[in-house]
Design a protein. Structure first.
Length: 277
């Protein structure tokens, strides 16, 4: 389903939700209390600003007695082939976030990847995939990056483990271009980048990546990812622990200025290896 068509269906979802809610005599707050979200959340669903999780759509069907229409629509819409099933909801939330803090232990985050680097990552994870499959995945990743080009772009803070600077994904020339691109975005103040050096030793969140997202009018969430799995966490106590872990990572990382020097030095090393200096 094309992105524009998908948005049109979300808008239909919202309009139909409003119609069914009003027909049942519920205010947004009334319905929200029955499905365990705020009335403001219901309003965002109706305006197609925020997308409900599947369990919320199912509860709405039960309360409004709508014979599963919202569950079916939600299932159709979250089935986006550009993203892994476990990441689709996190990708939607990225678009709404006012602040994003991310820790990447091994790969440049998707929001900062060049097309060549994204291709190399996707191919490494899917060595027998057809080119069309890889192109689709790369296109989805690059489409996500539009949020960094909007005037209302989120405040974006990234901590890269030094691994990210050293693993030669796609070869020396691809790595040089990728690191130069990260440095460019840092110099343009599109993103704040820090590097957690090898010298820092053991660190919080050693078992996977971490993304924290904060919103103007909704509770914060955390997203963690491991091999072929991801978890979107919204329990306040768990999100608080994730925030504390991120603060520990930040305390152990190099300053933004020192990190930029290290990133550009690594890019130069790759340029020399590629023979393109």
């Amino acid at each position: 389903m094309a992105n524009g068509s998908r948005q049109a269906v979300w808008e239909f979802f919202g309009a139909e939700l409003k119609r069914r809610r009003e027909a049942a005599g519920f205010t947004q707050a009334d319905l929200g209390s029955r499905v365990f979200v705020s009335g403001a959340y219901i309003g965002q669903f109706e305006q197609a600003i925020r997308k409900p999780q599947l369990d919320i759509a199912t509860r709405i069907d039960e309360i409004l007695q709508t014979d599963g229409i919202f569950e079916r629509l939600c299932l159709k819409l979250i089935d986006d082939p550009r993203y892994a099933d476990y990441f689709a909801k996190a990708a939607e939330l990225e678009r709404l976030a006012a602040n994003i803090c991310e820790f990447a232990p091994a790969l440049v985050p998707g929001l900062l990847q060049t097309a060549d680097y994204a291709w190399a990552v996707t191919l490494a994870m899917n060595p027998f995939a057809a080119d069309e499959y890889i192109e689709e995945k790369v296109a989805g990743r690059l489409e996500r990056q539009h949020i960094l080009k909007d005037t209302t772009r989120p405040v974006y803070w990234v901590i890269l483990h030094e691994n990210v600077l050293r693993i030669p994904l796609g070869g020396a020339e691809v790595m040089a271009a990728q690191l130069e691109y990260v440095a460019k975005l840092a110099r343009e103040r599109t993103v704040v980048v820090q590097v957690l050096p090898y010298a820092a030793g053991a660190y919080a969140v050693m078992t996977g990546s971490l993304k924290l997202m904060e919103f103007e009018d909704a509770p914060p969430t955390a997203y963690t990812e491991a091999v072929y799995s991801g978890n979107l966490l919204d329990d306040p106590a768990v999100v608080k622990r994730a925030r504390e872990a991120y603060d520990q990572l930040r305390a152990g990382a190099l300053s933004p200025d020192a990190s930029l020097v290290l990133i550009e030095s690594a890019a130069e090393d790759f340029r020399r290896c590629a023979g393109t200096t």
